[in-house]
Design a protein around this ligand. Structure first.
Ligand SMILES: [Zn+2]
Length: 135
């Protein structure tokens, strides 16, 4: 995604339109102190990240300290990854979490077994424990 490069005058406009404070922490952004190297610089930030559909125009621009901006970018990245996963799930391109369904190991087989005619036999010896209903 290409973003416009702001001119120094545009950067100042963004800063002043927000009352000279960082829009994330509301602490002042002091240009004189930044120039003297005593304060952290500021960046023009997108309220709605471009990658999440935000516009690259003044209504979406706000000034933010570099460290505040970094924190927000990290949060935005998380939201983007989540949006991508949701999209993949909806269009069926998500990679499956399991290759096979988890199957039950089934029931233990007891020592006796019932034949279809009702005869009950010992599973090991094959001996009839109770006869069936054969005619
Ligand atoms: Zn800040």
């Amino acid at each position: 995604m290409r973003r416009k490069k702001l001119t120094p005058a545009q950067r100042l406009d963004v800063l002043h339109s927000n009352g000279g404070v960082c829009y994330l922490c509301n602490e002042p952004i002091n240009l004189a102190r930044i120039r003297r190297g005593e304060a952290e610089g500021f960046e023009v930030e997108h309220i709605h990240a471009l990658a999440l559909g935000g516009g690259d125009d003044p209504s979406n621009w706000r000034p933010a300290h570099i460290s505040c901006h970094k924190k927000k970018t990290r949060r935005d990245r998380r939201a983007m990854a989540k949006a991508r996963r949701g999209e993949a799930k909806r269009n069926g391109t998500a990679k499956p979490r399991f290759k096979k369904k988890i199957a039950s190991r089934g029931f233990d087989k007891g020592p006796l077994m019932k034949r279809p005619d009702g005869e009950i036999v010992d599973r090991k010896t094959g001996g009839v424990v109770r006869p069936g209903w054969k005619p």
